[in-house]
Design a protein around this ligand. Structure first.
Ligand code: F6R
Length: 251
């Protein structure tokens, strides 16, 4: 018996197509209302298929993204936007370069903000989310330690956008992207759990055997700030989409 229900897909392609359809439906629905669609977006490997599918829908089916406003969840602190591992660069290469979201509608935390300006920068980013009308749809991946965004274990429920310290597990998982663990930044700027929970609709995605234990805890375990993703059980419109491998430990 799961607390948070989930849909299980036999392949990551099938999952990506399904999620992209949900995103496209919200974009079209908001278009019909002559309104913007405000999306919260993650990076990491999990959502890449969704971005590729949205690009395909734009190119082959004429999906119009001119009313989309985006807010990325997080960015490594200390990385320049054009650096290979920056979320800024990944998002442009995989998604933004290939679709018609106006560049002024795209927001990604800046990892180069000087330390003494980070707090003001984070407040300003949250204000921009509010001014945009709040997030309609938030996509999330999940770390094998249960983080969402870079809200690591023991982040508090009401946390806001901030500079945070990366968990050793997170830095180890990122080691291959940075060629070795020593090169992985120690900090990141992330939306807080409180920021994430304000999104009107949340889709949590997970792929692969490596996520099977944490998916089990997230969907079936008690709500605890040791596993930040469990706090999603309190959100009134969260859907979970996972592949067979990530579902393999559910009872
Ligand atoms: C990245 C983010 C992280 C990732 C998580 C899973 O923007 O917010 O929480 O979603 O670390 O990463 P992957 O998808 O690479 O397993």
């Amino acid at each position: 018996s799961t607390v948070l229900p989930c849909d299980v897909f036999s392949t990551s392609e099938a999952l990506s197509r399904h999620v992209a359809k949900i995103v496209a439906a919200i974009i079209r629905e908001r278009q019909a209302q002559k309104a913007t669609a405000v999306l919260g977006l993650p990076t990491g490997s999990t959502p890449m298929g969704v971005y590729r599918e949205l690009v395909r829908m734009h190119q082959d089916e004429g999906l119009d993204l001119s009313n989309v406003v985006t807010f990325n969840l997080d960015e490594y602190y200390g990385l320049k936007p054009d650096q290979l591992q920056s979320y800024h660069r990944t998002m442009h290469e995989v998604f933004f370069q290939h679709v018609n979201i106006p560049s002024e509608n795209i927001h990604i935390p800046d990892g180069t903000i000087p330390l003494d300006q980070v707090d003001a920068y984070c407040d300003d980013y949250e204000n921009k989310i509010r001014e945009a009308g709040g997030i309609d749809l938030m996509l999330l991946g999940i770390g094998s330690n249960g983080h969402i965004g870079f809200n690591e274990p023991f982040s508090i429920r009401n946390s806001r956008m901030r500079l945070c310290t990366l968990d050793p597990i997170t830095r180890r998982s990122a080691a291959s992207d940075f060629f070795q663990e020593d090169n992985v930044p120690h900090q990141a700027i992330t939306m807080g759990i409180g920021t994430i929970l304000e999104a009107r609709k949340i889709l949590l995605l997970a792929l692969g055997q490596g996520k099977s234990s944490i998916i089990c805890e997230t969907l079936q375990g008690p709500i605890t700030n040791r596993v930040p993703a469990t706090i999603l059980q309190e959100h009134r419109d969260t859907s979970v989409f996972i592949d067979t491998a990530a579902a393999s430990k559910l009872t």
